[in-house]
Design a protein around this ligand. Structure first.
Ligand code: 2M8
Length: 451
């Protein structure tokens, strides 16, 4: 038996899907209902603009049903890239300006040199886009269009990664820092608690997010105020990454963000190879992230990877789902891989929840079964664990996660997140990436694992 324990002793089988066909059709309908004619909204009520990593997940799902829409989803997002390579986390839809806070006026992107004509935020999200582009390409049926798509996307994706690797390495130690919890995509994770001690915003604002979703499922007012203050601070630095080390109060190295960057570099190497470019620089970049992840974010006591402050040795002391993202790293030492799988199967995660995988260790004081990113199960993080477990040579664990995810969606619908203990759906309804990644998990099972 491989290290890390047996999966069948800790995960109860979720039971067969009642109807794969029905789930598939419902997923396609959800993505169609959220399509504006140009992009797919994460949710019509809660998130009325285009979000960066949402669009990458959405494209991965669309690849199963519409190559054309999948390509448009990604290329449309890439059109909003800034000249320094940053890919903004929100591309605003002017018609919905009043219904989401912070709106485009908050970021004032158009007053910054090198920004696109469309209004955007000034921060980023985890770079899942290279994996999305490779998935869309490998699933394509119209080869001519697919080659054009790949050739157009590649230099933009390479610039996106260069921005992160060159401009966001605040510590100079080989990892990209996030400058705001929103950049992690796991906004309210307890992983950020030790680093959010800064001042609250003095500005008066009205939260729109709690109009559609119960406040107990969203961040607290104190956390929200800290988010606004940090975003204002970065904006007032002119989004100048050269000023981060000396002037910005939140520069954090996150294992999920960096593992996705590593995986993205391997996907870029594969894309470069197919296009006849040199893949070697991308593989070298991926290897450098591999070394830095182990040197800086591995926590021997917890047996997982944790977030740390880029400028001090302060680390998050909580095991979260982000710690499993380095399973995407093909060079992970065996003892690290086995400890990660052991923790994943433990009562803190798969072994202790009927509807896994919780985003925070169930035994951690910060675990909250309802509140967004502080404990609930999410489809995108399950999807990453699914791929990570496959790459780590544990198809048994991968298929347990896949089956649990699909059973949860069948039971509770395409909600944004789910109670890991009783499976209750929470957050937004008809949430796009829950539908899109279900399509990918139900589909041909095509998961590129470039080595
Ligand atoms: C959530 O984040 C936004 C801010 O970006 C929000 O709460 O208003 C996160 O779950 C994030 O990962 C996601 O991309 C976004 C849209 O689905 O919603």
């Amino acid at each position: 038996m491989k290290g890390g324990g047996r999966v069948d002793s800790v995960v109860s089988a979720p039971g067969p899907l009642v109807s794969v066909g029905r789930l598939w059709e419902a997923a396609v309908d959800t993505l169609s209902a959220n399509w504006t004619g140009a992009v797919t909204l994460p949710s019509r009520s809660q998130y009325p603009h285009q979000w960066s990593w949402d669009s990458a997940f959405i494209a991965i799902g669309l690849a199963e049903v519409s190559q054309e829409r999948a390509q448009r989803e990604l290329l449309g997002l890439l059109d909003a890239q800034w000249s320094d390579g940053r890919l903004p986390h929100i591309v605003y839809n002017d018609a919905a300006e009043a219904t989401y806070f912070p709106g485009s006026g908050f970021w004032a992107s158009r007053s910054v040199p090198g920004t696109p004509a469309v209004s955007t935020s000034g921060i980023v999200q985890p770079p899942v886009h290279a994996r999305a582009a490779l998935t869309v390409f490998t699933q394509a049926t119209d080869a001519t269009s697919a080659w054009e798509f790949l050739a157009e996307a590649y230099p933009k994706l390479a610039a996106q990664h260069r921005h992160l690797i060159e401009r966001r390495d605040v510590a100079g130690a080989g990892l990209a820092s996030i400058v705001h919890p929103w950049e992690s995509g796991m906004d309210n994770s307890p992983a950020w608690d030790p680093f959010l001690a800064g001042p609250a915003s003095s500005r008066a604002f009205t939260r729109e997010d709690v109009r559609h979703v119960p406040a107990a499922e969203r961040p607290s007012d104190a956390d929200y105020s800290a988010y606004v203050a940090l975003a204002e601070h970065y904006r007032d630095l002119g989004y100048d990454d050269r000023r981060l080390a000396a002037e910005h109060p939140f520069t954090v190295e996150d294992p999920l963000f960096n593992a996705i960057l590593l995986d993205g570099e391997l996907c870029l190497a594969e894309i470069a190879r197919r296009l006849g470019h040199d893949p070697a620089p991308h593989r070298t970049a991926a290897k450098a992230i591999h070394h830095a992840l182990l040197a800086r974010l591995w926590d021997e006591d917890l047996g997982t990877f944790v977030a740390r402050d880029a400028r001090t040795p302060t680390r998050s002391g909580t095991a979260t789902i982000a710690g499993f993202a380095p399973l995407l790293d093909p060079w992970l030492p065996t003892f690290v891989r086995d400890r990660l799988i052991g923790l994943l199967l433990s009562p803190g995660f798969l072994g202790g929840s009927r509807h896994p995988v919780p985003t925070t260790d169930l035994r951690a004081p910060a675990f909250d079964r309802c509140r967004y990113w502080r404990g609930p199960t999410w489809v995108n993080t399950n999807w990453l664990v699914w791929i990570g477990a496959s790459r780590a040579g544990r198809p048994d664990v991968a298929s347990a996660v896949r089956e649990a995810t699909l059973a949860l969606l069948e039971r509770s619908g395409f909600r944004e997140y789910f109670d890991p203990l009783d499976g209750t759906g929470r957050g937004a309804h008809d949430f796009s990436w829950s539908a899109a990644l279900a399509l990918n998990m139900l589909g041909d099972g095509v998961v590129p694992l470039p080595s």
